[in-house]
Write a protein that binds this ligand. Structure first.
Ligand code: HEC
Length: 257
């Protein structure tokens, strides 16, 4: 019976772990990632993010695990608003976000097909995406004319250049074991300096990127809210079940002792 109790306790602890663990993993190489400060409960931010995504990203990227219907419901959009504002390349609300570009063409044009973005925020973390979209700098020798401090050598062009403008990145050289055979020189990113202005100032561009990131985090986990609620019910059930099992055990063993 002691084992039985231990098992129940184990199940309770496990249940708690599953409910508590949320959010994606962060990955960002060596560059310091600025916090994205997205707010998943801010519906207007999510609406703007959806608009940004459809206008600036869906030309190359799909989001094939999320249906327009799901987006409409969570973003409090009527079917009409959904069709007029977001559904450029879909006819029915149960469809998912398809990219305007066939993957083979993407691979041919960019050397690498633009990945599906449905789960990107979970795979890389919101901070990563936020900093990636802010991380483009001019590099004249590269095929796209730019490089990125978060994803060095990326084949994605700086698609938001009209909004952000162009910037330069400054690196300082970091030398380890100077003067020895094991001398290592690495360029460590220091800061950006603006080269040409875009249509947005820095603050507005940050907001634009934050809203877009917020939307990507939402599509990576559209049932986040529901899942939290479900977690509470699961825990309550487990506690209830534990009490019931303990009572039952008492009943069964009462005559034996
Ligand atoms: C012109 C086509 C094009 C457009 C438009 C575009 N992307 Fe990309 N994107 C790419 C390609 C190509 C890659 C693959 C890059 C690589 O792996 O180097 C990519 C990769 C990515 C990645 C993954 C980076 C990683 O670490 O693997 C993210 C995130 C991303 N894009 C976000 C966006 C967002 C957000 C937008 C809209 C603001 C957007 N992209 C618009 C072509 C595009």
């Amino acid at each position: 019976m002691r084992n039985f109790k231990k098992t129940i306790a184990g199940v309770l602890v496990l249940g708690t772990c599953f409910t508590v663990s949320q959010g994606g993993l962060a990955a960002g190489g060596s560059v310091h990632l600025e916090p994205s400060e997205i707010d998943p409960d801010n519906v207007s931010s999510l609406q703007r993010g959806a608009r940004n995504f459809m206008n600036y990203c869906s030309g190359c990227h799909s989001a094939q695990y999320v249906r327009f219907k799901t987006i409409g419901k969570a973003l409090e959009l009527s079917e009409e608003q959904l069709i007029d504002n977001l559904m450029f390349n879909a006819e029915k609300t149960f469809e998912t976000i398809r990219s305007a570009m066939p993957p083979e063409d993407g691979a041919r044009w960019y050397g690498k097909a633009p990945p599906d973005l449905s789960l990107m925020a979970r795979a890389k973390g919101a901070d990563y995406i936020y900093n990636f979209l802010k991380g483009y700098y001019v590099e004249p020798g590269s095929p796209t004319g730019v490089n990125n401090v978060v994803l060095a050598g990326t084949s994605m062009p700086h698609v938001l250049w009209e909004l952000q403008g162009y910037q330069e990145a400054h690196f300082v050289e970091h030398v380890e074991n100077e003067g020895t055979d094991e001398e290592i020189r690495t360029a460590v990113f220091e800061d950006f300096r603006p080269l040409s202005a875009g249509s947005m100032d820095a603050g507005d561009y940050d907001d634009f990127v934050r809203d877009t990131t917020n939307f990507l985090a939402f599509i990576a986990e559209p049932i986040r809210q529901d899942r939290r609620k479900l977690g509470v019910w699961v825990l309550m059930f487990l506690i209830f079940f534990f009490v019931l099992a303990a009572q039952l055990k008492k009943q069964i063993w009462k005559d034996v002792q």
